[in-house]
Design a protein around this ligand. Structure first.
Ligand SMILES: N[C@@H](CCC(=O)N[C@@H](CS)C(=O)NCC(=O)O)C(=O)O
Length: 217
């Protein structure tokens, strides 16, 4: 099988895709796009992702047998799952539940945690008003509460099956601690089922390997 090219950086959105490539045993070549240096705006990368964001992939053997570019991490996860037949069940019930939690990440966890991280960790000098941190902390904790509830009696987000929904959400939740250093601020210990699920998911060797692809130097 020809190698997929992954354009990424070890941010939560990037990690989702390297986790999936590892877990699906797909051959790939990872190219780091340093978004701090503006490499997402080069003409070469814009041909792959017109939105200038990581992650993106090029599959040399796309749906019509020709090279195919895929942007948007949620769409990439679905594409890879359908290509391999892994981590997205064909059973309509399980498939819908997986997509619901994947979209919950794409529309909720990602944007809200991302804004939280921006104001909590990075924008301190530019914005001294407490409102953004308050707003996004409250929303981040609310979303963690939804996950805590969902994980009551479940091993993974969709019952006993490890799916692309877990792959999408775990990098964002773990980033609250290792990336944003917000463990105390968000009182993460109040979400024991979420913490146990993060540990369970990150103890999978391939998922752990995927977390380390395209590191920040
Ligand atoms: N909705 C997009 C979001 C991707 C995204 O925001 N990527 C960030 C890194 S985590 C990025 O490339 N930022 C560069 C920039 O905004 O210029 C996805 O899920 O793929």
């Amino acid at each position: 099988m020809q190698k997929i090219t992954l354009y990424s950086l070890a941010t939560p959105n990037g990690q989702k895709i390297s986790i999936a490539l590892e877990e699906m045993n797909l051959p790939y070549e990872a190219l780091t796009v340093n978004i701090m240096k503006g490499e997402q705006f080069t003409p070469e990368f814009i041909k792959v992702n017109p939105n200038s964001k990581i992650p993106a992939i090029v599959d040399p053997a796309g749906p019509n047998g020709r090279p195919f570019c895929v942007m948007e991490s949620g769409a990439i996860l679905v594409y890879l799952a359908e290509k391999t037949g892994l981590f997205l069940s064909k059973d309509p019930f399980i498939k819908s539940e997986t997509l619901q939690w994947l979209f919950f990440q794409m529309g909720g966890i990602g944007p809200m945690f991302g804004q939280f991280g921006h104001f909590f960790k990075y924008a301190g000098e530019k914005c001294t008003h407490p409102y953004p941190v308050e707003r996004y902390s409250t929303e981040a904790r609310r979303l963690l509460g939804v996950l805590e509830q969902r994980l009551d009696g479940r091993t993974f987000l969709v019952n006993e099956e490890y799916t692309i929904a877990d792959m999408a959400i775990v990098p964002w939740v773990s980033c609250l601690d290792w990336g944003y250093k917000a463990k105390e601020h968000l009182r993460l210990s109040e979400f024991p089922r979420v913490n146990a699920w993060v540990e369970r998911v990150l103890s999978r060797p391939k998922t752990a390997a995927g977390m380390k692809v395209c590191p920040f130097n």
